[in-house]
Design a protein around this ligand. Sequence first.
Ligand code: KG4
Ligand code: ZN
Length: 348
Amino acid sequence: MSEPLILGIESTCDETGVAFVRGRELLGDVTATSMDEYARFGGIIPEIASRAHLESFIPTLDAACAKANVDLSEVDAIAVCAGPGLIGSLTVGISAAKALAVSLNKPIYGVNHVIGHLAVDELVDGPLPERFVGLIVSGGHSNLLAISNIATDVKELGGTLDDAAGEAFDKVGRLLGLPYPGGPHVDKFSQQGNVDAIRFPRGLAAGKDKVRHRYDFSFSGLKTAVARYVETLQTQGEEVPAADVCASFSEAVNDSLTAKAVQACLDHDCDTLVVGGGFSANSRLRSLAAERCEAAGITLRIPPLRYCTDNGAQIAALGSAAVRAGVAPSPLDFGPQSGMPLSITVAH
Ligand code: KG4
Ligand code: ZN
């Protein structure tokens, strides 16, 4: 008998994503985004995002059915993001998923969006190993996790004490007058700059901080150092070397992320590191992680760019893993959790 067919629905932030997964095979996915509407505001407006989900959901679902060549009557279970995310956006996706679950009389799984960023890798690189370390890097998260079963056993090792990596990039982008979201622009600039041009600080990398916060990150001191550097040059009427600032800043962030991720693998005797989240599109993160993992004998798994940003496939993949692990479905009255903890994979 073939494996169950899972419909995945993503709506944590500005992307409406719908995907169909059978086992670990992605049959098709479609994503709509309202990101273009926020450039003029310099940030996401939650009310606009919620309304965009409402308008996009049915067309996105129809397009995904067509792409995957699936009829809704064939679906065995529905997975939807339960959190963490914007409460209005989550509410739209969860309401739609519940309506489908009731009308199709199928179980529903309210899954953790952030863990989905790692689960999606199974669709590309095959089954996850028995034990691995996960590095989540997105606009809202920078976390290290020890995972033995992605559906049932996720332990948080550490996270950022202040800004997430993507958030820090977006703030530096704003500081340099780059369009929102700044992350990809700062990345592009950094590729033309010198990583050693400016020595920016690495947070929690030395002394007592390093001991107490072995797997934690801090990027706010770095962000302040970049702001001071830029302001000093501006008040002196000097030109800001944007490429060098971006390269040196990017190096500081990625040095912290990759050094601690490799350390976590070594400490936990894991030979695989899985990286996920929107920031894993970052070019320097990819090259530095590859370099350091190879030197330490660690296998590095990062999904392709298209599955690093928010999408329905990550939700369907995690729903599929939950079904495979025999996890009970969510009760029909589960609600959105804007701050859903990383230790909870399926809402109950
Ligand atoms: O995971 P994601 O799509 O949304 C959240 O769940 O947060 O991550 C989006 C974040 C944004 O902060 C964006 O600027 C950042 O990822 N980002 C990048 C790059 N591509 C996306 N940051 C740096 N370099 C990139 N290439
Ligand atoms: Zn995300």
